[in-house]
Design a protein around this ligand. Structure first.
Ligand code: FAD
Length: 452
C-alpha cells in the first residue's frame, strides 16, 4: 500500500517526488525505476537512458528557460505561471557547488542577432540558457537522491508492468516481479525510453492519444571558432528556417559549444547526439539540424518512420555515419583517407566515414543543405567543405496523451508527466511537469484527505 506510486526516476519523476515530500513529508511514496541507482549507473548503451536521473543523467545539462522550447506546457498553462515555474525549477538545479553558467542574451545582442538572421533567411529565437554541464549535473542528481533518502521507498531494477484501474480510477501498479502496489495516485513518468510501454498502457486503459511529429536530421560539427561570436553571447542559438523547396520547418537544436558528439542507443538503433562539459573543452562546436516529419492519413506512425531511417544508416554504416559536407555536396562517399584530410577533427571516433545520401530521404537532405547555406551567412564557415555531418540524429517524441492542465489523465488519480506523456522534450519542462502533477495531488490530498 502507498499513497503515491511514481513510475520512472527521470527528472519528471524526481521533481514530483521532491515536491510531494517537501510539502507533505508524511505521504507514503513508492518510486519504481527499471534502471539502477545513480551510484551504480554507467553511460554505456541502454544504461545511458535508464536509472536515477533518467535520460537527464548524462545529458548536457542545458536548462533552457523558455516557454517556447523544450515542451508544450505552454498549451496548458498561462505563460506567466509557466515562466515562474521554470525559474523555480532552475533554482532547484542551481546548487552553489555546481551552478554552471547562465547565458542570457541582452536585448541589444538579441536584436542584432535577429536582424542578421532575418537577412540570412532565418528566424532567431532568443532564449535564456543555464548550462550546468554533464559533470555538474551528476553532482546535482546525487544531491537530489540523498535528499530523498528515508522519505521514499525506492524500487530500483524494477519495471512497472501494468497500471491497475477499477471503475475509472487508478488503484495501483503491478511490477515485473509480480508485486502489486496499491495506491490512491499514480504518476507515470517513463520518459522517451518508456514511450512504447506508455502507449501500450494508454491503449489498454482507453486513453486518448495523438501522434507527435518525429524530428529527423544530422549532427553538425565544426571548429568552435566559427560559431564563437554567437555562442559566446547566447550559448545555444536557436534558429528556424522554412525551406524554399519544401516549405518545411528546419531547426537548430542542442548546440554544444566546445563539446563532443556522442552515440545514443534507442532500443536496437544507434543514433547520434551531443553534449559538453563544464570543466573540459574540445576544439569543436556541434549542433543538430532537424526536420519535423509530420504525416497525414493513412500513415500514423512517425516513430516507426524515424526508426526506419536510422536503421538504414546503421545498416550501411554498421552504426553512425560521418561525412564531410564537401563530399556530400560533391556526390561521393567520405572514406577514412578523406576524413584524414579533413581539417575538422571528429570528436566521435566510432562513426563510420560514409555517404549520408544513401539513407537520408531527398526531402530531409535538401532541407538540411539549404539551411547550412543560410547559416553560413550568419556564421561564415558553417557551409565549409570541412564541416562534418553525423547521421542519423532522430528525436522521437512519445504520443501525446490527452491530459488536463494539471496533467491528470482520463483515469481518475492517474497523472502522466514528462517526455513519456509527449508533453515535454527537455529537462526543465519535464521537471516542471512533475511539480504540476505533485501540486494537484497535494491539493486533493490536503483538501479531501485522499490517501491509501
Ligand atoms: C544525450 C542527451 C542529451 C540531452 N541533453 C539535454 C539538455 O542539455 N537539455 C535538456 O533540456 N534536455 C536534454 N535532453 C533531454 C532530457 O534528458 C529529457 O527531456 C529528460 O530527461 C526527460 O525527463 P523524463 O523524466 O520525462 O524522462 P527520462 O529522463 O527519460 O526518465 C524516465 C525514466 O523512467 C524509467 N522507466 C521507463 N519506463 C519504466 C517502467 N515501465 N518501469 C519503471 N521505470 C521506467 C526509465 O528507466 C527512466 O529512468 C538530453 C537527452 C539525451 C538523451
Amino acid at each position: 500500500m502507498a499513497d503515491v506510486v511514481i513510475i520512472g526516476a527521470g527528472p519528471a519523476g524526481i521533481f514530483s517526488a521532491m515536491e510531494l515530500t517537501r510539502r507533505c513529508p508524511e505521504l507514503d511514496i513508492v518510486m519504481i525505476e527499471q534502471g539502477k541507482d545513480i551510484h551504480e549507473r554507467s553511460r554505456t548503451g541502454r544504461e545511458m537512458l535508464v536509472g536515477w536521473g533518467g535520460a537527464g543523467a548524462y545529458s548536457d545539462g542545458k536548462l533552457t528557460i523558455s516557454t517556447d522550447v523544450g515542451g508544450q506546457l505552454a498549451s496548458l498553462l498561462p505563460e506567466e505561471d509557466l515562466l515562474n515555474l521554470l525559474n523555480h525549477v532552475d533554482a532547484l538545479y542551481s546548487l552553489p557547488t555546481a551552478s554552471g553558467d547562465v547565458f542570457s542574451v541582452d536585448s541589444d545582442d538579441a536584436e542584432a542577432i535577429s536582424a542578421r538572421a532575418r537577412l540570412a533567411g532565418l528566424v532567431y529565437i532568443p532564449t535564456k540558457v543555464h548550462h550546468i554541464g554533464t559533470d555538474n549535473l551528476s553532482v546535482v542528481l546525487k544531491k537530489f537522491r540523498t535528499d530523498l533518502e528515508g522519505n521514499i521507498r525506492f524500487l530500483f531494477n524494477t519495471r512497472a508492468e501494468r497500471i491497475i484501474t477499477s471503475q475509472g480510477r487508478v488503484v495501483g501498479v503491478k511490477t515485473d516481479s509480480g508485486q502489486t502496489i496499491e495506491a490512491s495516485f499514480v504518476v507515470a513518468a517513463p520518459g522517451r525510453v518508456g514511450s512504447s510501454w506508455m502507449s501500450g498502457q494508454a491503449r489498454d486503459l482507453g486513453l486518448e492519444t495523438h501522434p507527435n511529429p518525429v524530428d529527423v536530421g544530422v549532427r553538425v560539427e565544426l571548429p568552435a571558432v566559427i560559431m564563437e561570436d554567437l555562442t559566446s553571447k547566447a550559448y545555444e542559438t536557436k534558429f528556424i528556417y522554412f525551406s524554399k523547396t519544401f516549405d518545411d520547418r528546419v531547426r537548430t537544436f542542442c548546440m554544444n559549444p566546445y563539446g563532443e558528439v556522442v552515440l545514443e542507443t534507442v532500443g536496437d538503433i544507434i543514433t547520434v547526439n551531443g553534449h559538453s562539459w563544464a570543466h573540459k573543452r574540445t576544439e569543436n562546436t556541434n549542433f543538430a539540424l532537424l526536420v519535423s516529419a509530420d504525416f497525414t492519413e493513412p500513415f500514423d506512425d512517425p516513430i516507426g518512420y524515424g526508426e526506419y531511417v536510422a536503421t538504414l544508416a546503421n545498416m550501411i554504416g554498421k552504426g553512425v555515419i560521418v561525412q564531410r559536407l564537401g563530399d556530400l555536396l560533391g556526390g561521393r562517399r567520405t572514406t577514412p583517407e578523406r576524413l584524414q584530410k579533413c581539417s575538422t577533427r571528429p570528436t566521435l571516433e566510432q562513426a563510420t566515414p560514409g555517404d549520408l545520401s544513401y539513407c537520408l530521404p531527398y526531402r530531409i537532405l535538401t532541407n538540411i543543405i539549404e539551411m547550412l547555406s543560410c547559416l553560413d551567412r550568419i556564421a561564415p564557415g558553417v557551409n565549409s567543405y570541412h564541416t562534418l555531418l553525423y547521421g542519423i540524429e532522430v528525436k522521437f517524441f512519445s504520443n501525446r496523451i490527452k491530459l488536463t492542465r494539471d496533467l491528470s489523465s482520463q483515469i481518475d488519480g492517474l497523472y502522466v508527466v514528462g517526455d513519456g506523456a509527449g508533453i515535454t522534450r527537455g529537462l526543465i519542462q519535464a521537471s516542471a511537469s512533475g511539480i504540476i502533477a505533485a501540486r494537484s495531488i497535494l491539493a486533493r490530498h490536503l483538501t479531501t484527505g485522499e490517501t491509501a
